[in-house]
Design a protein around this ligand. Structure first.
Ligand code: G3P
Length: 220
């Protein structure tokens, strides 16, 4: 399973990269707005920090506009992935950009039927939004389960399942159990993955007992 980071905050990404666990980055217009920075500049910096796929989302809503924006953004760096919305126009743009050799992440997937269309359009990634389904009283993880089952039936479907709108470590664990290819993690959730109160408690008691021995592993 790969870990992408879901943020446009370059400082956060820099700290996360140091852990050695970052395989890619996803951004969206909301995250870019939160960064308060110029879109192209932020994407360029992220692409230098992370050699893996970096998703940059178009804002046009028609195919021609998406193609123009996607081709422009793809020039920023060779690891830019163009993110398009799951609409008729978005999937037309997906097919064309994919044909040109640009990787595409189809975002805002909320149904298995939509995920089938993504695979047929040749998307590199499909992003089912788990948390937002949970928010409206559905079980987001059921969607990942359905997509995994369906894609397993068709070995020629090469689209990778990128579980998005992740809100907790439980989402990460469940997505892994189901076999999602990637999870994209908000930095807060990434850091939460390390935590367990028994780990902290265990360290404290080992150190207290070690203190009683009066020893040091390195004498100088
Ligand atoms: O980047 C897309 C997705 O992960 C957004 O998550 O928390 O805004 O639903 P969220």
């Amino acid at each position: 399973m790969k870990f992408f980071v879901d943020t446009a905050d370059v400082n956060e990404i820099r700290s996360l990269v140091e852990t050695g666990f970052v395989d890619g980055v996803t951004t969206n217009p909301t995250l870019v707005a939160q960064s308060g920075r110029r879109f192209e500049e932020v994407i360029g910096e992220i692409c230098e920090l992370v050699p893996g796929p970096v998703s940059a989302e178009v804002t046009a809503t028609d195919t021609e506009g998406m193609l123009a924006e996607g081709r422009h953004l793809a020039k920023i760096a060779s690891n830019v992935v163009i993110k398009v919305p799951l609409t008729v126009d978005g999937l037309k743009a997906c097919r064309i950009l994919t044909g040109e050799g640009t990787e595409v992440n189809v975002t805002l997937c909320f149904s298995a039927a939509q995920a089938i269309l993504c695979a047929k359009a040749g998307a590199t990634f499909v992003s089912p939004f788990l948390g937002r389904l949970d928010d409206v009283g559905e079980t987001g993880m059921d969607l990942v389960h359905e997509i995994v089952d369906i894609y397993n039936n068709y070995p020629d479907f090469a689209t990778q399942i990128l579980a998005a709108s992740i809100r907790s470590p439980l989402h990460v664990v469940e997505a892994a159990r189901l076999g999602a290819d990637i999870v994209t993690l908000p930095p807060k959730v990434f850091w939460q993955l390390y935590l367990h109160p028994l780990t902290e408690k265990g360290i404290a008691s080992f150190l207290a007992d070690w203190e009683k021995t009066g020893q040091k592993i390195l004498e100088n």
